[in-house]
Design a protein around this ligand. Structure first.
Ligand code: IPM
Ligand code: MN
Length: 357
């Protein structure tokens, strides 16, 4: 089959990592008899520079007409002083909302070959880390009412956290469905000792849980969760949480696995169309230097093959090729350890492609 993929390379290291990833997709496609038509579209800082807005209408239209969307990263210091509605990040929030992508799925796995990159004590790392974060993606304070007003101490800015039962139910259901395929254990993370929105979150998750009697459901307060992720990460299987808590905790989850440069994500809604991106940012400090780790983006493409395009064999082949490159000791700078061979972004891509042949 031939698939139409919209590619948002974005800013910073985005173009380097998406180039490697589309090359890997081509190679995987050739191996399994599928083709891809990649269409480059603008979003983020590069879109602001060329069109004046972070998310041109044409980008939304092309993404909606595609089978899937691959995204590098957006943002950078050049655009940091622009007003909120014109920042590159606004493009990312806009595309998530425009495509109805309410679930952001972020698997955090400690690769056995990268155990030396794990910053935790060896006995903790030895217990293994294999969790998946289900982050709500189109609600909460990212999209709540916001503005400026006169407050007790003069002018103040505010953002509001609001969740409806409907929004919690749909992300919770996806998390429980996923748990059925794993260790049947969901931990819902909130701040129900303080926030009303979290109390509704917790009550709604409990209701959804009733439909999954085979799945254990626990609640954890977000401050405790931040601690537990470094103290005992092996206790986590499926995490479900709000947009803001998921943003923060997934960075933490990624770092305990060794490097943020390894973690993929998928953002999905009710249709097959998904958006696949690494969880890291645009890393402007290393952009254009061929130093970035492309693995998070390549793993995101593997998630795309599996979830949006129905090609689990091609996804598995890519994962195996990555494992093989790591087992042979090839490392980008972020995951480098003594005795390994340093490689750049392109070379890592070449190794993955060679592993597919
Ligand atoms: C992420 C990023 C984004 C987010 C930013 C760039 C808007 O940090 O995907 O985790 O906060 O969702
Ligand atoms: Mn983030």
């Amino acid at each position: 089959m031939k698939f139409n993929i919209a590619v948002i390379a974005g800013d910073g290291i985005g173009p380097e990592i998406t180039k490697v990833t589309t090359d890997v997709l081509e190679a995987a496609g050739a191996k399994f008899g599928h083709g891809f038509k990649f269409t480059d579209v603008l979003m983020g800082g590069c879109a602001i520079d060329k069109t004046g807005v972070p998310l041109p209408d044409e980008t939304i239209r092309i993404c909606k007409d595609s089978d899937s969307v691959l995204l590098g990263a957006v943002g950078g210091p050049k655009w940091d002083t622009l007003p909120g509605h014109l920042r590159p990040e606004k493009g990312l929030l806009g595309i998530r909302a425009a495509l109805g992508l309410y679930a952001n799925i972020r698997p955090a796995v400690l690769f056995p070959s990268l155990i030396n990159a794990c910053p935790l004590r060896a006995d903790i790392a030895a217990r293994g880390i294999d969790m998946v974060v289900y982050r709500e993606l189109t609600g909460g304070m990212y999209f709540g009412e916001r503005g400026m007003r006169e407050g007790k101490y003069g002018a103040e800015a505010y953002d509001t956290e609001a969740y409806s039962k409907f929004e919690v139910e749909r992300i919770a259901r996806l998390a429980f469905e996923c748990a059925l395929t794993r260790k049947k254990h969901v931990i819902s993370i909130d701040k129900a000792n303080v926030l009303d929105s979290s109390r509704l979150w917790r009550a709604t998750v409990a209701e959804v849980a009733k439909a999954y009697p085979g799945v254990t459901c626990e609640n954890m307060l977000v401050d405790n969760a931040a601690m537990q992720l470094v103290k005992n990460p092996s206790q986590f299987d499926v995490i479900v949480t709000s947009n803001i808590f998921g943003d923060i905790l997934s960075d933490e989850a990624s770092m305990v696995t060794g490097s943020i440069g390894m973690l993929p994500s998928s953002s999905i809604g009710d249709s097959k169309l998904g958006l696949y991106e690494p969880i890291h940012g645009s890393a402007p400090d290393i952009a254009g230097k061929d130093l970035a780790n492309p693995i998070a983006t390549v793993l995101s493409a593997a998630m795309m093959l599996e979830s949006s395009l129905g090609l689990p064999d091609a996804a598995l082949a890519i994962r195996r090729a990555i494992d093989a490159a790591l087992l042979k000791g090839f490392r980008t700078g972020d995951i480098m350890s003594a005795g390994c061979t340093p490689v750049g972004c392109k070379e890592m891509g070449g190794l993955i492609i060679a592993g597919l042949k």
